[in-house]
Ligand binder design. Structure first.
Ligand code: ARG
Length: 461
């Protein structure tokens, strides 16, 4: 036997692997993150081997005890990861054998690192999805709290980033609650396909031992086994799907961030972000910069990049397992870290948003946001919509010249644009009148917003 430093794969090789290659091919620097799940998978595999008579009860006990010590050592930061042992699977297996001897060497019966690593990533990702599910709902709660406090806070709704119609700030925030709910649904749907057991596929073709895959699946909480052994070891669709769903989460948070940045700009002045979420400038003493939303926007780029990396990783791989697949981990890990940290930060940042209702209301007035309401008023009195549109356009032009809002024109002035206009017009020209009129599911009327908040709370509970 050669010592560890001189390790070759086996008698099959005449010389040890080159130092450079060892470093190039090793994954231990990042895949040690899978350790807990690697141990879980190994324990379920060992229990199955014992039931099949391929391990004695004594050997199973030794494996269980050895793994528990290894787990403790890893958790305590005492475990020594070795580059020579290439990856998390071989590091743990070698340590187990050092600890318990012969039984450790029997653990790999009927298994390959190909189905082992696929199992580990699925277990790891399933746990990450469950974390993200909780964090998405936490962020929704934080948005709903802010929405509830602003059910009737008037702000301008925009199209083309130009003032369009009055909405409530609560209603605006609920749009993000909807986006995030679709994210929850996508993650839950993706989880079903993550949650299948590859183990049993062995290297690619299955194994000649009398294994019980259903038992292992059940022990590990998988919903089903992967049906085809080649697909089981080579499939990374689930990682791509997850990354796509993660990229959409980041896209939503990036859009929200963009709005926060705009709203915080003094030209808008709609909100303030708590000081703990902003930074100053090293040169300009007056500055308060929205660094956190800017970084959220920026980090969206890296998550999108990881999605493309994974798609590209898979696009030309022949069946079944190829070492290329080792490259799935870093993008996946970084995607999860980025999404988890971003969701946490944004949920807390939203709790520190200070709303400035006067500035929002001023913008509604300056933007003639109730012009559509005036047109609708005329239509309800019999004018065809196109004619009403034109009459109001003339009225707006007049009001712009007079530096007044439509609601500030006199009845006589208004009547000059249509004889259908009467005293009751003023109730539709106020932002409140405009809001109250949009009284249907999905509309911005405060009663509807309040009801929508109730439904959203029930959904995420
Ligand atoms: N570290 C490898 C990976 O991440 C484990 C599987 C290696 N299998 C193999 N046949 N070389 O994919």
């Amino acid at each position: 036997m050669q010592d560890d430093k001189q390790k070759t794969w086996s008698g099959r090789f005449a010389e040890p692997v080159a130092e450079l290659v060892k470093r190039y091919t090793a994954s231990i620097s990042f895949d040690h993150r899978l350790a807990e799940f690697d141990i879980q998978g190994s324990l379920a595999h060992a229990q199955m081997l014992a039931r099949a008579g391929l391990l004695s009860e004594k050997e199973l006990d030794a494996i269980t005890a050895g793994m528990s010590q290894i787990r403790d050592d890893i958790r305590a930061g005492r475990f020594e990861w070795s580059l020579d042992l290439e990856d998390v699977h071989m590091n743990i297996e070698k340590r187990l054998t050092d600890l318990i001897g012969e039984a450790g060497k029997r653990l790999h019966t009927g298994r390959s690192r190909n189905d082992q690593v696929a199992t580990d990533i699925r277990l790891w990702l399933r746990a990450a999805i469950d974390d993200i599910d909780g964090l998405l709902r936490e962020l929704q709660t934080s948005l709903l709290d802010l929405a509830e406090a602003n059910v009737d806070t008037v702000m301008p709704g925009f199209t083309h980033l130009q003032v369009a119609q009055p909405i409530t700030f609560g209603h605006h925030l609920l749009a993000y609650v909807e986006m995030l709910w679709r994210d929850v649904e996508r993650m839950r749907d993706c989880r079903r396909r993550v949650n299948r057991l590859p183990l049993g596929a062995a290297a690619l073709a299955g194994t000649s031992y009398p294994i019980d895959r259903a038992f292992v699946a059940e022990r590990l909480g998988f919903e089903a086994v992967c049906e085809n052994s080649l697909d089981a070891v080579s499939d990374r669709d689930f990682a791509i799907e997850f990354s796509a769903a993660a990229a959409l989460i980041m896209t939503h948070l990036s859009r929200l961030s963009e709005e926060l940045i705009l709203w915080m700009n003094p030209r808008f002045g709609f909100i303030d972000i708590a000081d703990r979420y902003c930074t100053g400038s090293s040169i300009m003493p007056q500055k308060k910069n929205p660094d956190v939303p800017e970084l959220v926007r920026g980090k969206t780029g890296r998550v999108n990049g990881h999605l493309v990396a994974l798609l590209t990783l898979m696009k030309a791989q022949p069946l079944a397992y190829n070492k290329d697949n080792q490259e799935d981990k870093e993008p996946l890990f970084d995607t999860v870290d980025t999404v988890v940290n971003t969701l946490r930060v944004v949920a807390d940042m939203m709790r520190g948003v200070v709303v400035k209702p006067e500035a929002m209301r001023r913008a509604v007035k300056q933007g003639y946001a109730t012009a559509t309401d005036l047109a609708d008023y005329l239509v309800k009195r019999g004018l065809p919509f196109r004619d009403a549109h034109e009459a109001v356009a003339l009225a707006v032009r007049y009001a712009v010249d007079a530096h007044k809002d439509l609601s500030e024109l006199s009845l006589v002035e208004l009547k000059s644009f249509s004889s259908l206009i009467a005293e009751d017009v003023f109730s539709v020209l106020t932002p409140e009148g405009s809001l109250a009129a949009r009284d249907h599911i999905g509309g911005t009327a405060p009663v509807q917003v309040r009801a929508a908040i109730g439904r959203a709370r029930a959904r995420i509970a």
